[in-house]
Design a protein around this ligand. Structure first.
Ligand code: DC
Length: 242
């Protein structure tokens, strides 16, 4: 398989087939990958996007950035109104690329700061579920995501069910807490039992907003390599184009 291949014509949606009115003209084509914390969705989404030659978008980064902003402006993460007020007051931008990771910037104290490298920390992990459960924060994130153009693979918790119900293809990745903790430890220097505990805790807190769409294809990744997961998704996408 070539390193990068554009989405074939035959796999494109016809405008009348499934794009909502507001998306017609933008030729939006979205593939959603949802799943629990550390289920491998971001690596799978990045790899799939690269194979298809389209951009990768991480929706979780917007929740992480909202959390970063709350922690840096001393806003209580349980205070929905105050969170919404800081999101409205500080321009927070997610920029996806075809060939590199998403960047996130925020306007703070008169300066635009790139905070991308400060979002994947244990401190943010511990607070982000509290921020993500507020409906007004979720609406703010969903609006930012729906403004993005045009073809992309996006990962998250509710991308297929809530944000892009008309997506071209939807996947939901599953893996046991132990396998997910091992994957997380290869990225971070943490204790295994503590990592399993943290993952179970986040599953519990994220459960309400982590729902697969009814038409999502479920993939259990416990015994699969990343390449196998990506190949499985590509097969489904090709089959849909036939
Ligand atoms: O995928 P992630 O670990 O970067 O997500 C960070 C947090 O944001 C996670 O605790 C759940 C939340 N999240 C969400 O509620 N909905 C999304 N679409 C993406 C992330």
């Amino acid at each position: 398989m070539p390193e990068s291949e554009s989405m074939p014509e035959s796999e494109s949606m016809s405008e009348s087939e499934s794009m909502p009115e507001s998306e017609v003209g933008q030729q939006r084509q979205v593939i959603t990958i949802d799943g629990l914390a550390a289920s491998g969705k971001s690596s799978a989404a990045k790899g799939l996007a690269q194979k298809l030659g389209i951009a990768y978008v991480s929706s979780g980064l917007l929740y992480r950035a909202a959390t970063w902003l709350a922690l840096h402006t001393d806003v209580d993460v349980t205070d929905e109104e105050a969170l919404f007020a800081i999101l409205s007051a500080h321009s927070l931008t997610l920029t996806p690329y075809h060939d590199r990771d998403n960047r996130v910037s925020v306007a703070l104290a008169g300066e635009t700061k790139d905070i991308s490298s400060e979002l994947e920390t244990s401190t943010i992990d511990a607070a982000v579920s509290h921020v993500a459960k507020h409906p007004r924060v979720r609406e703010w994130v969903d609006t930012r995501l729906r403004e993005l153009c045009c073809q992309f693979v996006i990962d998250g918790r509710d991308m297929g069910l809530v944000v892009f119900p008309q997506a071209h293809a939807k996947f939901y990745l599953q893996a046991s807490a132990e396998v997910r903790a091992k994957r997380r430890l290869s990225d971070r220097n943490e204790d295994f039992n503590a990592a399993v505990h943290a993952i179970n805790e986040r599953d519990r807190r994220d459960a309400k907003q982590s729902k697969p769409a009814r038409d999502a294809i479920h993939i259990d990744t416990d015994d699969m390599t990343l390449e196998q997961v990506i190949a499985t998704m590509l097969e489904h996408i090709r089959a849909r184009g036939r």
